[in-house]
Design a protein. Structure first.
Length: 71
């Protein structure tokens, strides 16, 4: 939805129709501009994604969710 609002140069009028608070929209914009403001969970997920990708590729890209979780 954030991309939709950006594409239509909206802001408060579109947020009102989509039932999104403008503060939520602006928080996403700030996080996109300054990744240092991302919550700790997002930062941890980014590091885990690289590890998951490494395990997946090390096993010839055939492991599913259960095996990746256990690896």
């Amino acid at each position: 939805m954030i991309a939709f609002i950006d594409d239509h140069r909206g802001g408060q009028p579109i947020c009102k129709v989509l039932a999104i608070t403008p503060s939520t929209y602006h928080a996403h914009i700030v996080r996109r501009v300054d990744p240092g403001r991302l919550p700790a969970r997002f930062k941890r997920d980014a590091t885990l994604m690289t590890e998951i990708r490494r395990v997946y590729e090390a096993n010839f890209c055939v492991y599913g969710v259960r095996k990746i979780w256990g690896a």
